[in-house]
Each structure stands twice: as C-alpha cells, then as structure tokens.
Design a protein around this ligand. Sequence first.
Ligand SMILES: *Cc1c(COP(=O)(O)O)cnc(C)c1O
Length: 370
Amino acid sequence: MLLFTPGPTPVPQNVRNAMAQETMHHRTPEFEAIFEQTRKHLFKLLSTDEVVMIASSGTGAMEAAVTNLCKNTLLSVNSGKFGERFGKIALAHGLKNVEIKNEWDTPVSVEAIVQAVKNNPDIDAIAVQISESAGGLRHPVEELAKAVKAIRADIMIIADGITAVGVEMIDVSHIDCLIAGSQKALMLPPGLAILGLSNKAVVAIGSGVGYYLNLASEIKKQRQNTTAYTAATTLIIGLLEVLETIEKNGSLKRLYGETACRAKAVKRALEAIGLHSYPITPAKSMTTIIDENASEIRQLLKEEFEVNIAGGQDHLKGKIFRINQMGLISAYEMAWVVNSVELALSKLGRRPYDGTANRVFNEVFFGVES
Ligand SMILES: *Cc1c(COP(=O)(O)O)cnc(C)c1O
C-alpha cells in the first residue's frame, strides 16, 4: 500500500534501519555527538538563531510556543482545524484569544491581521499555520509577520511549519518561532517536535513558563547538546539520518525544487481530468481536491489501487481529498497515484479512462510538454 496521506508520511528504508540499532543511553558522549550533529543540521533547515527538540507530537510544540511566548492575548488565525487549535491552547492556559476566522479554503489577509493588532493593544503574540493542513492552504505568513513587526516589533510571531518546514524555503526574517514535527515533512514516525527561535524569542522566554514544556530549561540544556528530560533518542537518530539523506540527495534546495515541481504536476494532472483544487492559495505540502465523490474516490484508491490518501474533517468530511507531497517521493509512485485517481473516475462512470492524468503528470514533472 502506498501511503500518500499528508502525515504521517512514509519513513525511508535507510531511516528505519538507522532507528533499528540497539537502544542508546541519552546521557552519554555517543548520544551527545549525535545530538550536536542533528542540531547543526536543524540550524540549516530552520535558519533560526536557536533550535530546540522536544519529545511530543507537533501539538506539544504549539503549546510550548504559546505558553512561553504569549503572556496576555494571542491573535490566532482559524482557517482550519490546526489554526483553531492555537486558540484553544491559549484559552486552556487562561490567556485571552482574538481569532480571525475564515472558510478553510481562504487564507488570512494581511490587512485583517494589521487591523486586529491596531484594534487590540493587548495582543502580544500571533499564531498562524504556514501550511494549514485541514484544507491544504498556504497563509501569507512572511508578509503578515513583516507588516506586524513594522507597527509593533515586540509582538511574537509563532509560525506552525509542521507541513511547511522541509517543503519549501521559509523566510524567517520576521518570525520568532518556527515549529516542525517529525511525522509530516520530516519523514519520521510521530513523537518529535522542533522549535526554531529568534534571539528576540529567547529573550522573551526569559526563565520560561510551565515545567515539561518550559523552553528556557530546554534551551539551556540543548546548547550543551543534551536535554532537560529523557531525549527521544531513536527519533533523533532517525532525524539525523533524514537530514543527512536530504543532503546526500543534493541538499534542501533540490528537495524544495522537486516538491514544488511535483505539486504543480499533480495539480495540472488532476485538473486535466476535470478535478478542482480546493484552497484559494494551495500549499506545496499537499494537493487538495474538492469533489462530490471524494469518499468513493478514496475508497477505490485504497481497495483497488493500493493507494492511501486522506479525506477531510468536520464540515469537509466526504467533500475533499488530500494527496501528500511532503518528503522524498519517487516520481513513479506519484504517477501511479494520479493514474489511480483517473481509473477511479472511470469506475465511477464520470469519465472514460485515457491515461491523461499520467501523461500530464509526466509532461509537467519531467518538462517534456509538447
Ligand atoms: C499535523 C499538524 C499539527 C499537529 O501535529 P500533531 O503531531 O498531530 O500533534 C499541527 N499543525 C499542522 C499544520 C499539522 O499539519
């Protein structure tokens, strides 16, 4: 079965092998050397001033960012389930929350953010997804961060990059906290979250908030290549292997280039067989299609063509399907995925099969359009 859900994503064979070694003790020079190497790679991946790894799923990093960087009011952007989660985290910790809510296909506007900041002097942090995975949407995070910093430089910008870090180059000039998670673009099993921090964020964190998710304790320890509590050793060993593999495959730049090219080719292939992209501003992390037969298409893909893709949640259940673009994906696998979608449409009596999706995918991906 081909796993093409936008998280979890497949773990490459060499990464699984690396994680299959004997368990290591975390307080040893051997593990500290691995930790140090991993940190070096993470600085390149995130381009931030500081990085911290924590043993939790991505939501743990979202919570750590909010509790350590927001003292008063969090402005959050809800264009889907993950954006909604930031608001819930703030409220769960007794913080105030101002939310800008839109339909799941609609990116937040920079003007709406600027207006909210001007209207509410209590806002001291903004949390937004770079790629909102609920509807496969890209928010204009870099632009809104720049606009906010121009009027209130002290506001902390928290960017959830769980489906963006490892997908595309992110300009962190105005971002204070950039979050990544293991089981999405980083091609690992779930359980490891990463936060990239600006120097301003490190200052704002001060002595930190909370206990397990106190970022000050982690920053202090991780600068010495160790962790405050037991490190997720196996996942960190896997992460180092992933980051080394990306480098061996021709660097991050090549990965970003291929991901963008594949996302474009899949979108074109599916549009060529009459399907429609859902988000107004699609993220490169996944291809999201709105279709009345979304459930049937997913079911046919799974049962007849051995392809596992994701559906939608809440009000989009049965209305969309999402195909992963994150990670090191072989073109022949993706060609099979779009071909399967075309076969499914033919089985549903929507359109006679003629191989268009496969042809268009290959023409666009390999640049051989006539
Ligand atoms: C998956 C995801 C999360 C949540 O991560 P968990 O690992 O499920 O806690 C947060 N934000 C985005 C954009 C995601 O795609």
